[in-house]
Every structure is written in structure tokens, then in C-alpha cells.
Design a protein around this ligand. Sequence first.
Ligand code: ADP
Ligand code: MG
Length: 697
Amino acid sequence: MTNVPELFGSLVFNDASMRQRLPKDIYKALHKTIAEGKSLDLSLANVVANAMKDWALEHGATHYTHWFQPMTGVTAEKHDSFISPTKDGGVIMEFSGKELIKGEPDASSFPSGGLRATFEARGYTAWDPTSYAFLKDGTLCIPTAFCSYSGEALDQKTPLLRSMDAVSKQATRVLRLFGKDVQYVQPTVGPEQEYFLIDKEMYLKRKDLIYTGRTLFGANPPKGQQLEDHYFGTIKPRVNAFMKELDEELWKLGVLSKTKHNEVAPAQHEMAPVFTTTNIATDHNQLAMETMKKVAQRHGMVCLLHEKPFAGVNGSGKHNNWSLSTDKGENLLDPGSTPYENAQFLLFLCAVIQAVDEHQDLLRICVASAGNDHRLGANEAPPAIMSMFLGDELTAILKALEEGGGYASQGATEMELGADVLPHFPKDNTDRNRTSPFAFTGNKFEFRSLGSSASIAFANTVLNTIIADSLERFADTLEGAADFSAALKALVASTIQQHKRIIFNGNNYSKEWKEQEAPKRGLLNLPSTPQALGYFLREENIRLFSKHHVFSATEMRSRYEILMENYNKVINIEATCMCTMVKKTIMPAVIEYSRTLAETALTKRQLSQAIDTSVEETLVAKISSCIAKLSERLTALSAAIAESEAMTDVTQQGLFSRNTVFAAMEQLRAVADELELIVAKKYWPFPTYGDILYSVQ
Ligand code: ADP
Ligand code: MG
């Protein structure tokens, strides 16, 4: 039996280790600098670094690294050993405060969106003391922010930390108006992570999975998710062994892995941790994704984190459960038992409503990627149109507040299950809505549009910033008011009136919502990444992020370039991979099969003209016409790739990638999938969906 409390955080230099190993005054000073958000002075850093090194050495470490999150979506690390030569030809193990605080990795090979040319390659990493250092594979990892020589953010963490400051500042102002003694407010997040597990043997036979993380070909298997028997189904022993080890590895790293279950699609699963601050949750989510991949390998499996590894079955997302919490632990989105009378809650709720309505574009942009485009807009994930679900009770309360009328609470009713042995419990006032991109779930909002492979940093940076902006405007209005209560009431009513169009409690997957209701309300619908990104650099957005010191205009332009370029590169890699697979494996296999059929027909006829060869002939004819079509579409895709590669403007290339290259990919795939269904299994060059999705038993 594993002793979980003992295992938990055993690879983390956490508060307990610091308290134990640092002199009392240093420990206190460190705490103070962290709480006040100040930077650390060098003498303090030297002591902390030394204690950290001793702890790491005792745990078998030989190296340290500044662990950071460049704009690649994954983490980066460059390992340095602790060794330092001595005069007598030996070494001692050293680690200074300077090395802890600052690193200087060469920044030239990370995406910068034109922020620095390769001749100005200098980049800096700076220690983020709010996220604990930890040990990974014998290396002490120090969470850091990453910026260019001129101080511009080149990573995910820097803007996230800035946005946390922004929302803390404004939320604190609002709370003081309610007479609250609050030092700071932290945004909190619990990200639910979906993933697929497949057998490694199958994976290695699919070039598309290896190069792009998703299948670029594949007809639907006879059994997909129609029977809905996988969701919450019994976990298979092999998967169970994986999940057990994953939990243990994550616990050692201090990740609060809590919930695990099977998801809707075959071979799909989920892990959800207990929520924490947006910064730590982001670091932990990166660690969770990395650990999932590593542990899967040890079990002869591969963990797929792509948003849409298989067409026709559900893809994977990440549900970002978000709220705000004060330093005293008060959850600002908790309505309590009488939400109608909870003015503070209602004001924070209004701040979210206003933010979501005003910044639909940013909420779509922060989840945009080539992979996630396959989910948003398909009937499995929230659509590319932003709206919010509040449930019946809150919606009724808001209506009463807007109209200035009273509200009679329905009260909580008892749940009646009809059998005396079953317990009775109060029924929740609102049911769930699984189709909404942004749903209130009792005491937090669940932002459901995030893709499974992306860092959660950008989405939370946007959430924190847009809500900071709402709160700032609210504080401005209320601080100057002669009669606080009257001003508050008027503010709530006018906010609801102006922004209620964003509230939608119905089915977000329905055609009626997408085609009639949402356009009637004037809501944005941005189905693809290039379309969504087109809104990023609008003047209002630049003003918003600069005002809250989250992104400078230069940083935004660089991010735009990086995101668009990434989209174009992904489409290019996928398209090129498809062409290679068609030329090198699909076509030869299909030709081989049709040759066998033709030869069979000829041999039969040689034997006797009376033998029926119609089946072979029909098949050969069908295959021949398909393969001609395949060849034609291959030529079209190759031409599209060439045209796209010649483009120098990322925006133009982005739209072309979507409208022409991606469209040509879909065309090519359709014929190949048709062929897969008629070509004999032993000729088909790689495992089919059925083989892969049911490969882990
Ligand atoms: P679901 O039923 O939505 O799948 P889960 O239990 O899988 O629920 O996930 C809910 C997530 O919400 C968990 O990660 C949980 O820690 C998180 N959560 C709960 N309260 C808060 C909060 N106040 N702030 C942020 N996240 C929260
Ligand atoms: Mg869940």
C-alpha cells in the first residue's frame, strides 16, 4: 500500500522543506517577498539556493535547470550540473543565488514572432518563487519566466503572472467597497484533462500519429461511441495500472490528481486535479501532460493529447474551472444559500457576464489552434460561438434585478428517489448544461472550449485580464458614488440589461442556435483559427492588454505572428504527411490489391469461360476509378502546398491554409477512407480505427 501523504510532494522543495531547511529569518523574509510580489535580494537568494541544492543532492540530483514555457506549447529545459572544479583537480557541488534567480538561455531557437533576430539571441529566465522547485529525472527544476534581452515576454508564464496581478488589484478594490479587509485575490483553476491511450505497436505503424499526433486517414469503425458504454465504464486492468502509476508520479510532484474516469470515446480517459492558483495549475498541467506520456510508454502504450486524434469520435478538451478566491479563502463566485441577497456575489457575477460578452473574440482566440478547430463547431464540443450558461435560478434572479422587481426563491427541494433505503438529499437548483462553452457550475465557471494539448496559460491570462477590466470599471463607478447601495443596484441592473444577450441556457449544439438565435443576438461566430486570430490585434484589444500591463502592443504583435505561424506550420506538416502516405503506402497497397483481383479474374477465365468473375471485375473497376480520383486530389493538394509555401505574409498564408490546403486535405482523405472500406484488410498498409481504438484491452 502506498502511503499517499508521505509520497505527496516528496519531489518538491515545498513550504515544509523550506521551513525545515532555511534559517527562520530567511524563511520569513522569503515568504514576505513572495506575498508582496517583490523580487528577491541576492543575499537571501544565496541562502535559499544553497538549501535547495542540499535538498536536491540528498534526493540524488546532479543537475539543475530553469524550467520554462516558451511559445511552443511545451516546456523547455537546459540542464547544468552542480559541479564546480577545485584547485586539487576535484569538484564540489555548488549552486549560487545568482544561478537560482537568473538564467541566460540562447533564445534564438524559440518562437518569438519577430521579436528578436537571431543575432540578438540573448534571452533571460527569471525564477518564479510562487511555484515550487521540483525534481524530475535527477534534475532540480526551477520554474521560471522567459523574456527577451529587451524585456519582452517570450513565454506563457510572464503574461499569466501579470494578469493575476491585474485581477487581484481590481478585485481587491471592489471588495474594499464592501468593507472587506483583503490583501490580495487569486484566480483559481482546476483543469480537467482528457486524453487517449492506445497500444504502442499500433502507434508505431501510423506515420500520421507519429508526425502529427492525429490520424489523417481512417474510416469509422463499426462500433464507435454509439452505445455510450465507455463513459464512466469499468476501467480496464491495463489502463488502471497506468492510472495508478500516473497518480503516484503526479502526487510525488505535488500535483493534486483527484479524479479519473473513462470518457465518451473508446480509449478516451480523463484526469482532474483539485484546483489551485492559475499559475501553479498551469505548471502542474504541463507536468501532468508530460507525465502521462512518460508513464504510458512504460506500459507499452502511447498517450495522445491531440484535440482530435480520430475523426468521427469525440475529441479531447480541457475544462478550465475558474474562480476567484481571497487571501482569506473566500470564493467570490460562491452564491451562498440566498444569491438574491448576496450583492457582492451578484456584482462579481456581473463582472464575468460583461467580460464574456465584450470579449467574445478574445475567448475564442485564446483557445484557437489547428487541432482545436476540429472540435469547436462539431457536435461534441462547445461551438465557436461564445455564450454563457447560468441556469434557471440565476437567470430568474438577474431578470428580477434588471426589472427592479422582487424574487421569490424556489428553495431547495428534496430529491425523491422512490425507495426508502436510498438517502434523501436536497436537489441542486440548476441542472448541468454540457453544451455551453462557459457554464456556471454552482461556485465557479467552467470554460469548456480549451483544447487538450494546449497550455492553459493563455486562456487564463485572457480570463483574468477581461475580468480585471470589468472590475476596474465597476470600482471606478462605485468608488465615486454618493450612495453606494443605490449606485450598486443601478450598476447591476444596467450591466444585465446591456449584456444579457450572452446568456443562453439552451442547447448550444443545435442548428437553430448556431444559424438563427446566435446571429440574431449579434454574437460572433469564428469557426477557424485564422478567422479568430484576425481579431487579436484590434485596437480595443491592444488597449485592454496594455492598460492592465499584461501584453505590450509589441508583445501582442509577436504573439499574433507566433500563433498564425504555428497554425500554418501544423497544416503544412499534416498536408505533407498525407501526400507521403498516399504516395508511399496507400497507392502501392491499393494497386497491389487490384492486381491480385485482376489476376484472379484472368486465371479463373483461363480455367473456364463459364466461371463468374463479375465480383473481381466490379471491384477492380471501382478501385481503379477511386485511385484515379485519389491521384487527382493528390496533385491538387501538392499544388496547394506549393502555393502556400511560396507565401510570405502569415495572415494571407493562414487564410489560404484553411480555405485551400485544409479543404484539399479533406477531399483527399474522403477517397482514401472510401478505399479503406473496399480493400482487403491484409493489403491495407496501416492499422484501422477499429484496430487502434480497441487496441488496449
Ligand atoms: P465535472 O463534473 O465538471 O467533470 P470534476 O470533478 O471532474 O467535475 O472537475 C471539477 C473541477 O473544478 C476540479 O478540478 C475542481 O477542483 C475544480 N474546482 C472546484 N472548485 C473550484 C474553484 N473554486 N475554483 C476553481 N476550480 C474549482
Ligand atoms: Mg470531469
